[in-house]
Design a protein around this ligand. Structure first.
Ligand SMILES: [Zn+2]
Length: 179
């Protein structure tokens, strides 16, 4: 298992290429375009992504928990997939797919009322999750007010420094997705 993170709001031309890739996935089992939609997305999206293996994410979660950047909660369930199979999905009216995408997006972006920072469950599975800019901003504020000694200890780890940099970037780009 690994975690693929990406800016929620991409700049152009990456945003258009991602939208085209997603639209192609809605309609086709295999991309029929040249160059392939995934190839363009892979190359243009790379600058806005962060990839973690299971151990790396566990280490980031640990640092976040110790500095009060995350909280424990139980996620609300995702909507059921209301299609009879992949053929039904591909051949359905776009409005049915759009309705599902929107319901999934709302579930992905769920927050926990009255809690500050990022719910840890968004960093424990491939969701898909959307960690919003406000959650990240709150988490970074908690970090800045945590003990200097603890921060110095964490920042000896290059992965943690890269993780903080990632949070700092994505807070001004709508947050990030986790898949
Ligand atoms: Zn395509």
């Amino acid at each position: 298992m690994s975690y693929d993170l990406e800016w929620a709001d991409l700049p152009e031309p990456a945003a258009t290429v991602r939208a085209r890739f997603e639209a192609c996935c809605d309609l086709n089992e295999l991309c029929v375009h040249a160059p392939p939609c995934w190839e363009e997305y892979e190359s243009l999206g790379a600058a806005y992504q962060f990839h973690l293996n299971i151990a790396g994410m566990a280490s980031c979660r640990d640092g976040m928990r110790r500095t009060g950047m995350t909280h424990q909660a139980t996620p609300q369930p995702f909507p059921a997939w209301p299609f009879d199979g992949i053929d039904d999905w591909h051949s359905a009216a776009q409005s049915r797919r759009d309705a599902y995408h929107e319901a999934e997006r709302v579930a992905s972006a769920q927050t926990v009322a009255g809690r500050t920072g990022i719910p840890e469950f968004k960093l424990m599975s491939n969701g898909p999750w959307l960690v919003g800019a406000r959650e990240i901003d709150e988490a970074l504020r908690c970090y800045r007010t945590s003990s200097q000694r603890l921060r110095a200890e964490l920042e000896r780890d290059a992965l943690w420094v890269a993780w903080l940099d990632w949070l700092g970037q994505t807070v001004s780009h709508g947050g990030f997705t986790v898949r």
